[in-house]
Design a protein around this ligand. Structure first.
Ligand code: GLN
Length: 247
């Protein structure tokens, strides 16, 4: 079996090391004998989202978002078609913002998003920075029992507000989407958007495996993933959950 992972704008949207999520997905495939192909696609490069099994968009500064939004908007219909067909998408921070209607910078410049998700973002006067923990109901029982938390690190000025779309989870500790409504991220079909950097997936192996399971099922039919020894990963996860809950 083989999975094709598209890393979109890796040269522009990787200010926070989110490519570590790609490394995690590839390694968790290799540990299972699944071939993983990574495509690095950026501005003006040919891409049909329907050819890919997972789409990843990392985070970046306002400047980089301003450099790529026109390219992304040109890809809207193809991306929407793939998302409606169940393409698993992980968008981190700026990657989440660009899937919405717009991102308005602190200078008042409005960067259009691809307008696939009913959300919009307005930069606030202060950056929301720090470790974050959320509770998320979409996470299935993992190989190591129920895991309904995600941990990571946030660093954004954008305050995201959701329209008719579900959040990814509820903030346990941290700011989340806007520091006001207690919600974090966004979830629509197999699209997962979050402000959790870290990178996210190494300390949240249950989420990594959910993305892999969704991608395998969509491409190859339902498959049971071989259980991996995630004791180290989950020890790091649990340490952060406990530390943040005690603050
Ligand atoms: N530039 C956006 C903001 O500051 C996104 C930042 C990010 O991707 N961490 O909100």
């Amino acid at each position: 079996m083989r999975l094709k992972i598209c890393h979109l704008y890796p040269d522009l949207m990787d200010l926070y090391g989110d490519r570590g999520n790609i490394i995690s997905l590839v390694q968790r495939c290799r540990w299972r004998g699944i071939e993983a192909e990574v495509g690095l696609i950026s501005l003006d490069q040919q891409l049909d989202f329907r050819d890919w099994d997972i789409l990843f968009l990392g985070g970046g500064s306002d400047r980089e978002q301003g450099l790529l939004y026109e390219d992304l908007c040109r890809r809207r219909e193809n991306l929407l078609s793939a998302i409606e067909d169940g393409l698993p998408v992980l968008g981190i921070c700026g990657g989440l913002q660009l899937l919405g209607k717009y991102y308005q910078t602190s200078m008042g410049d409005r960067i259009p998003g691809v307008d696939i998700l009913d959300l919009w973002t307005v930069a606030g006067s202060k950056r929301m920075i720090g470790n974050m923990c959320i509770e998320a109901d979409f996470l299935p029982d993992g190989s190591h029992g129920k895991q309904n938390t995600l941990v990571g690190f946030e660093n954004h000025s954008g305050q995201t507000f959701l329209g008719k779309v579900e959040p990814l989870g509820r903030v346990v500790k941290g700011f989340g989407n806007n520091g006001k409504d207690g919600m974090e991220g966004v979830h629509y079909k197999n699209v997962f958007g979050t402000y959790l950097h870290g990178p996210l997936l190494p300390k949240n192996p249950h989420f990594a495996d959910l993305l892999l399971s969704l991608a395998l099922e969509r491409r190859w039919g339902k498959r049971e993933l071989k259980v991996l020894d995630d004791n180290l990963e989950l020890a790091a996860h649990t340490y952060m959950v406990n530390r943040l809950k005690q603050q």
